[in-house]
Design a protein around this ligand. Structure first.
Ligand code: GDP
Ligand code: CA
Length: 319
């Protein structure tokens, strides 16, 4: 079976770890990763979501934090600070720095991000094929109004530095309109037996992947069933501030509203948490097959059970 998953960072990566446990030997998983979170820092290209997937599946992630490397040290950051060179608000540890140096070196030598990601994965052996959504630069910006007036800030500045404490007025995936899907993306979607939308952020993770011209249409028109899992449980994000970016696109923070935001043209099936069982009827009325099951990724077995249910729902809608 060929499975394609679109993914952001932590929510996507943790789901994929369960999915790997749920599939049969010989099944292939292709992950199309969000690169709208990418940022240039200290002259280096940093791809937070790709790295979170790579480190999580490759066994190098800082478990409790969910991002960055295990057993990290911070000497480079301290030295940069001593020179008065920031930003200080973005956590790049020494081990993590090496990844960004290798990536930047290869990009400077002319390799596209997809080839660089493949090379980084040679080390990490994530057990999935990880492809960035695009080799072209896409950067998610957020329009805010604060003491400095109305302006657009980089998504990382909004999320990490400002902790999404001010309202997001608009989410702009700068560059997405002219970006091309990376080599292999459309091919993988067309050849898929199942397409999964993990419980990643629907706006700034999955939404950004779908904003690359051609990808949304390919997923919506693919022969494979498309099944998603809600990142919203009991009317709130399980982790992070997804409610802020949902509000910016006029979507309520509920499992049903997120399903309707993706739309019945895209989704064939949708899983909500058992605590949101009352959302099932509304989702089905929107034309999307829906089931309520436990959706908390407390450990790998619980996450694998979620992935199995998603695959079962896919088989059901396909049948
Ligand atoms: P990011 O790029 O690191 O923000 O990660 P993603 O976009 O891949 O995933 C973020 C989303 O994962 C958040 O909106 C969370 O609500 C969701 N999430 C995190 N843990 C869980 C969980 O255990 N269950 C569910 N259903 N969603 C989760
Ligand atoms: Ca992200």
């Amino acid at each position: 079976m060929r499975i394609v998953a679109l993914a952001g960072g932590i929510g996507g990566a943790r789901f994929l770890r369960g999915l790997k446990e749920a599939v049969a030997p010989g099944d292939e998983i292709t992950v199309i990763g969000n690169t709208g979170d990418d940022i240039h820092l200290f002259g280096l290209k940093v791809c937070p979501d790709l790295d979170t997937v790579m480190y999580t599946l490759g066994g190098g992630i800082h478990e409790d934090q969910g991002w960055g490397r295990a057993d990290e040290t911070w000497s480079v950051k301290e030295e940069m600070k001593a020179y008065g060179v920031g930003p200080e608000w973005f956590g790049l540890g020494d081990r993590d720095f090496a990844t960004h140096i290798v990536r930047t070196q290869m990009i400077s030598a002319g390799y596209p991000l997809s080839a660089v990601t493949e090379a980084l994965c040679d080390r990490w052996q994530p057990g999935v094929r990880l492809i960035p959504m695009s080799d072209d630069r896409v950067e998610t910006h957020v329009r805010i109004t604060d003491g400095q007036g109305t302006r657009a800030v980089h998504f990382q500045e909004y999320w990490v530095r400002l902790h999404a404490a001010v309202d997001a007025e608009a989410i702009i995936p700068v560059g997405a309109d002219t970006a091309k899907p990376a080599p292999g993306v459309l091919e993988a979607v067309a050849a898929a037996d199942v397409i999964l939308l993990p419980p990643s952020n629907p706006v700034v993770s999955i939404g950004t992947v779908l904003a690359v011209p051609g990808i949304r249409q390919a997923v919506a028109s693919a022969a494979a069933p498309v099944v998603g899992l809600s990142p919203i449980v009991g009317g709130a994000p399980v982790r992070g501030m997804a409610d802020k970016v949902l509000a910016a696109v006029g979507v309520d923070t509920t499992a049903e509203a997120v399903a309707r935001y993706y739309g019945a043209d895209l989704l064939d099936g949708w899983l909500v948490d058992t605590s949101d069982a009352d959302a099932v009827q509304g989702v089905e009325e929107a034309g999307i097959r829906c089931r309520a099951v436990p959706l908390m990724m407390t450990d790998v077995p619980a996450t694998a059970a979620m992935a199995r249910t998603a695959l079962e729902l896919a088989a059901e809608v396909r049948g």
